[in-house]
Unconditional design. Structure first.
Length: 240
């Protein structure tokens, strides 16, 4: 399914880029007055990759067998994004955007000890996040059917998929900053905007209150981590 979605997105991008290059020659200029609207709406389809920024305690944490453990996220996997767009025009080169989206993805933490041995159990964290970004869109000068832009602002996430039986449990709510770049491509009937964004979480997401864990050996998956923050990379296609 992910390969099919990626193929469709690549085909859309190629088609619209060829069309925009042809239009940029001055022969056709689509949607001439669309940027003069006070507000407009749209929807988002895209892919994401979720990441952890892991800070380990290091040599201060030793288990019952005298081993020191370290956590890391060596692999990445693609997730899916869908959302809606609400856009308010402030003036010619600045818009205010609220783009709530639902992000599906997962992250896997692997553990190694100070002797290089890999733990039998990994900690896979599956997430279904509602993302609430409030962003400023700084638009450049339109050239033909192109218009590049920059994004920046604050964002919060709410996790709908927490499972208390997981070795590593995340807190429900995170907050941070979000920024990115994109380009509006003016089609005959709508705008398509390929957009690349990054969310950097500022909150320590590790939930250390784990009374449900009865086996003390399983606590090492939490105890070795000093701080755990989130990062999300998003490739989106905005239809407006």
């Amino acid at each position: 399914m992910k390969k099919i979605i990626l193929s469709i997105i690549m085909l859309l991008t190629l088609t619209t880029t060829v069309n925009a290059q042809y239009s940029g020659l001055g022969r056709v200029q689509n949607l001439i007055y669309v940027d003069n609207k006070r507000y407009h709406f749209g929807f988002i389809l895209g892919l994401n990759t979720m990441d952890f920024n892991v800070t380990n305690y290091g040599s201060t944490v030793v288990d019952s067998e005298g081993k020191v453990w370290f956590a890391d996220q060596p692999d990445y996997s693609a997730g899916f994004t869908v959302g809606i767009i609400s856009d308010l025009r402030i003036f010619e080169y600045l818009n205010l955007r609220f783009t709530p989206a639902l992000l599906f993805g997962d992250r896997t933490l692997k553990y190694t000890d100070n002797e290089g041995n890999i733990a039998e159990q990994t900690a896979t964290v599956k997430s279904s996040l509602i993302n609430f970004p409030l962003l400023l869109k700084f638009r450049g000068q339109r050239s033909g059917n192109y218009r590049p832009y920059l994004l920046g602002g604050a964002s919060a996430t709410w996790d709908l998929a927490r499972k208390t039986e997981d070795p590593v449990l995340l807190k429900k709510i995170d907050f941070g900053i979000e920024f990115g770049i994109g380009c509006d491509l003016y089609m005959p009937y709508f705008k398509l905007a390929p957009e690349l964004k990054m969310f950097i979480g500022l909150n320590d997401m590790l939930d250390r209150d784990r009374p449900e864990i009865v086996n003390e050996k399983d606590l090492k998956y939490t105890n070795v981590i000093s701080k755990l923050t989130s990062r999300i990379f998003m490739l989106s296609f905005n239809f407006e």
